[in-house]
Design a protein around this ligand. Structure first.
Ligand code: PEP
Ligand code: MG
Length: 312
């Protein structure tokens, strides 16, 4: 029954009792966006712009960048597109900006922090996104990675809004989740990056196979932080998405929806399995699963109680 439901799922995302959830795709460039547009997704929830520039030794020009961003926007004409500013550093070093020989790259000058020493790189990128938006007539949402404080969120949002764009931040540092209400006050939306949020919550490298149990997206401590962010979003009336790999797990996706997450973005192939699972459960079941998960002590227990609440 499951395979047939997945194969025939065409969206849009909704629980069996009609609670809407946006099912979105993570993309890396024009080609992956065109591929994603053939899947049953409502838009792009995470465009990882840094991936196009991994081999570059010099910063891309504004015109070059605008062409790339336009390709993704055009692949999803009239659909939502969330563009992330460069998440340079750590597992994705960019030769033209990442410092060499940092002692702790995951805790270093990563993501939005590159604007401390290189404000022009981020300014050029935002100008390029604004140009692509103008040319296409679209209004992409723009978010920054690795935001750790409300003042960083406010500074970024100011730069985005003065270019006429919609401003958000990723919540992937525990500090941002802990101060979610204050972060939320500064932006139009947030998107939770569960890969890094789990890494930083558990103090365990996301790339380490040996530590895979610690970086399990079902770790209750990370889920508690996600719940805090979702509640802050509901209180502020602003959308909270999830764009980490947690959003690709159909069972966990239901739990996230039960916490109040309104969009789920992952690899395009995850859309149908996630959408089909959501269609089988009610919002109340999702809420019960979320409540149950928040009382657990480890990932195995969290999976078990969620599965029970969601009908196996
Ligand atoms: C995340 O950290 O969950 C995320 C979506 O960003 P990335 O995987 O690109 O760091
Ligand atoms: Mg991340």
């Amino acid at each position: 029954r499951k395979a047939a439901a997945v194969a025939s799922w065409t969206g849009p995302g909704t629980t069996s009792d009609g609670h809407r959830v946006s099912v979105l795709a993570n993309v890396a460039d024009g080609a992956s966006a065109r591929n994603a547009s053939g899947h049953p997704v409502e838009g792009v929830g995470l465009f990882r712009t840094e991936l196009a520039f991994l081999e570059r030794t010099e910063a891309p020009t504004i015109a070059e960048q605008a062409t790339l961003y336009r390709e993704v926007i055009d692949a999803f004409a009239d659909r939502k597109v969330v563009i992330r500013t460069l998440d340079a550093g750590s597992d994705k070093p960019l030769k033209f900006v990442t410092q060499l020989n940092e002692a702790n790259p995951a805790l270093g000058v990563r993501g939005n922090r590159i604007a401390i020493d290189h404000p022009e790189i981020r300014a050029d990128q935002l100008d390029a996104i604004a140009a692509a938006a103008r040319e296409s007539g679209a209004t992409p949402w723009v978010m920054a990675p690795m935001i750790a404080s409300p003042s960083e969120a406010a500074e970024f949002a100011g730069e985005v809004r003065r270019r006429g764009l919609v401003a958000g931040v990723m919540v992937e540092v525990p500090a941002a989740a802990i101060l979610a209400p204050a972060i939320m006050a500064e932006v139009d939306f947030v998107s939770i990056g569960t890969n890094d949020l789990t890494q930083y919550t558990m103090a365990a490298d996301r790339m380490s196979a040996e530590l895979a149990t610690l970086t399990d997206p079902w770790q209750p401590a990370a889920l508690a932080l996600i719940d805090m962010v979702a509640r802050a979003g509901e209180a502020a009336g602003k959308p909270v998405g999830v764009c980490g790999e947690a959003a690709a797990d159909p069972l966990l996706a239901c739990v996230l929806v039960g916490m109040g997450v309104s969009s789920l973005s992952a690899a395009p192939a995850a859309a149908a399995p996630v959408g089909a699972r959501l269609a089988e459960v009610t919002l109340d079941q999702c809420r019960s699963a979320a409540q149950a998960v928040l009382r657990t002590a480890d990932p195995a227990e969290a999976r078990a109680v969620a599965s029970a609440a969601l009908g196996g």
